[in-house]
Design a protein around this ligand. Structure first.
Ligand code: NAD
Length: 392
């Protein structure tokens, strides 16, 4: 059996532990394969099978985290899996520990600096020890403040100089992306942390590795980019769209930091005018961290959208939506999809930014022009990509 490595920076986080736990439960036959595009049935095959993607049973997980706790303890802490599910997760997975965050080591001289050399070494050791053929890194680390412009982001040569010096302008999310390219692995950026700077995209092209991002489209933006096209189809004029989120999990705590909050809001606010095709919409997005009393909502984010619009005869109307999202479950399916489909991208020798994955992201990164945020256009584009070899 061929194997694919799914390596997640942020391995002890809510998303990565949910991904690891659910993959394990699927392998044991305890849960169904819902919530993944790769499992969507077309005739007698799934989209994953049509694309030639690895099966879920062929995925091996691993990764890095800033917190040194076993995956079992972290999984319990996040409380995404229900107790009966947690009890069925394999003891081997529960005992696993993430690799630590790699810090500068002056003893270790390397062409790409000591941090990246250590990350590359982790990847290659995993490849050998677990016998995997392809590796996909899906970045699931905490949201961090947006970096300021730096020459290292422009050319490969200045990027390499900054890496050699373990310069902090190379953010953790960037370090993992660079290590992915250098080890011939695919990289998807599930976080809103900007990574897709010209020098890193060029590096991925140079190493023939695919690159996708950023910020997983899981809850409110999924809904928004699905509902906004409906207003367009019926020429109902949207006047105001107010999006409110409150969450009490660890991601919410990270987003309480004002700069991280801004990184996320920028990522969430991009899509509406592009889909509607006009700008005079009062669009406001807010995210608040509200710790739940007794942690009772756990990982569940409350996303509320209030949309005011006008119809025939200028008649004012409004729509109120409340999405009680199980955030990590919505995210987990996409992470698995990215691991499976990006293995196909590696096999098809696709390199640099991959626009077909726009469907999975709030801020799709495309090689040229502006991204299309319309969920239905994105789905059609993605399915055409999946079927491109199958149709030949
Ligand atoms: N949950 C969703 O629906 C969703 C949607 C889109 C994007 N995201 C993004 O995905 C990311 C992960 O979300 P989460 O809910 O799992 O968050 P989380 O806080 O539970 O997990 C993040 C993990 O990253 C670890 N970490 C921090 N710095 C690190 C580093 N340098 N290297 C390795 N690990 C590091 C933290 O210790 C933590 O365990 C966040 O950036 C979030 O904004 C989440």
């Amino acid at each position: 059996m061929t194997k694919t490595g799914l390596l997640m920076p942020g391995f002890g986080g809510a998303i990565a532990t949910t991904v690891s736990g659910v993959i394990d439960l699927i392998k044991q036959g305890h849960v169904k394969k819902y919530g993944m595009i790769s499992e969507k049935q077309i005739d007698d095959r799934t989209l994953g099978q049509i694309a030639g993607a690895p099966e879920i049973e062929e995925l091996e997980v691993g990764g890095w985290d800033a917190v040194d706790a076993t995956i079992g303890d972290a999984m319990k802490l996040h409380g995404v899996l229900e107790e009966w599910q947690y009890n069925l997760v394999s003891p081997n997975l529960k005992r696993l520990r993430p690799w630590p965050v790699r810090c500068p080591d002056l003893e270790k001289k390397s062409p790409w600096g000591s941090c990246i050399a250590q990350i590359c070494n982790d990847i290659e050791t995993f490849r050998k020890e677990r016998g995997v053929d392809s590796i996909v890194l899906v970045n699931c680390i905490s949201t961090m403040p947006k970096p300021t412009p730096n020459p290292a982001y422009e050319s490969i040569s200045s990027l390499q100089v900054a890496c050699q010096q373990d310069d902090p302008c190379i953010t953790p999310s960037m370090q993992y992306a660079i290590a992915a390219a250098l080890t011939g692995s695919a990289y998807a950026n599930f976080t809103p942390n900007p990574v897709e700077v010209p020098s890193i995209v060029k590096l991925a092209q140079q190493h023939n590795t695919p690159f996708a991002g950023h910020d997983g489209k899981t809850g409110q933006t999924l809904l928004k980019t699905g509902i906004a096209p409906m207003f367009n189809i019926r020429n109902l004029r949207v006047r105001q769209w107010i999006s409110y989120n409150h969450l009490g999990n660890r991601d919410g705590a990270a987003l309480a930091e004002p700069n991280a909050n801004q990184t996320k809001i920028t990522s969430k606010a991009n899509c509406l005018t592009q889909i509607l095709g006009y700008e005079d919409v009062g669009h406001k997005v807010t995210i608040d961290y509200v710790p739940h009393p007794d942690g009772e909502l756990g990982d569940r984010k409350q996303a509320i959208d209030h949309i005011r619009f006008k119809g025939f005869g200028d008649t004012p109307m409004s729509l109120l939506l409340h999405f009680d999202c199980q955030d990590s479950s919505l995210a987990g399916g996409i992470v698995v999809d990215l691991a499976r489909f990006m293995t196909v991208s590696l096999a098809r020798k696709e390199s640099g930014l991959q626009p077909q994955y726009g469907l999975f992201f709030k801020s799709p990164q495309v090689p040229n022009g502006e991204p299309d945020h319309d969920l239905f256009n994105q789905a059609a584009y993605f399915e055409a990509w999946v079927c491109q070899d199958a149709n030949q």
